[in-house]
Design a protein around this ligand. Structure first.
Ligand SMILES: [Zn+2]
Length: 200
């Protein structure tokens, strides 16, 4: 009969295995790492997990993440309020900020339209875009979704959602088809933003 781990170790390995990119082997290594540390480390780790869930919320304007009602970008007076960049995730927003190529506002969708999985526009932070664009007087909307079938479908939906007098642009080719904004290197993503093309 194989030796069974104590229940508490199994539970920690199970929970760690649910993290993206963490298989059972890595989860086991992480669990034993935690066990090897002093009790203060486990307290700090557990505390950080609970605190981040309790404190982080979506910005009520753009959907980005922060600890206040409005995020740092929405409240920054120096941001250009005539342009808005639409991204799939907060990680994509961070990647675009790092390029330094964009100084406007963002809108975070928290997903893409995926008809085959039953994810329609109403499940995303999409319907609010038209109202924000009109309210702020945005002149250009840059769609920075991934170059994938879902990313292109979402971009076309946004083009159709907005009035024709709003320029809707798409970050340019250069990102490999099927690639992801989040993982593009800074120079490639920067070029894709500055060489954006008008949609429709
Ligand atoms: Zn915001």
């Amino acid at each position: 009969m194989a030796l069974r781990w104590p229940e508490s170790i199994s539970e920690l390995v199970n929970q760690l295995s649910r993290l993206p990119g963490i298989g059972e082997k890595t989860a086991t290594r992480l669990a034993f790492f935690v066990l090897d540390q002093d009790a203060a480390y486990a307290d700090d780790l557990a505390g950080a997990l609970v605190t981040v869930k309790a404190k982080i919320r979506r910005c009520s304007a753009c959907g980005s993440l922060g600890e206040e009602e409005l995020c740092d970008i929405c409240t920054a007076p120096e941001r250009d309020r005539t342009s808005m960049c639409i991204v799939e995730s907060f990680a994509d927003l961070v990647a675009i900020e790092r390029t330094g190529e964009f100084r406007g506002l963002y809108h975070v969708l928290h997903g893409l339209i995926r008809p085959l999985d039953g994810v329609g526009p109403e499940a995303l932070n999409l319907p609010a875009i038209a109202q924000r664009v009109e309210g702020l007087g945005v002149r250009e909307v840059i769609v920075a979704t991934d170059p994938s079938v879902e990313g292109e479908a979402t971009a076309m939906y946004i083009r159709n959602l907005l009035d024709d007098d709003v320029a809707v642009t798409r970050i340019a080719r250069g990102l490999p088809m099927g690639g992801e904004v989040e993982y593009a290197d800074r120079a490639t993503l920067g070029r894709a933003i500055s060489a954006r093309e008008r949609l429709g």
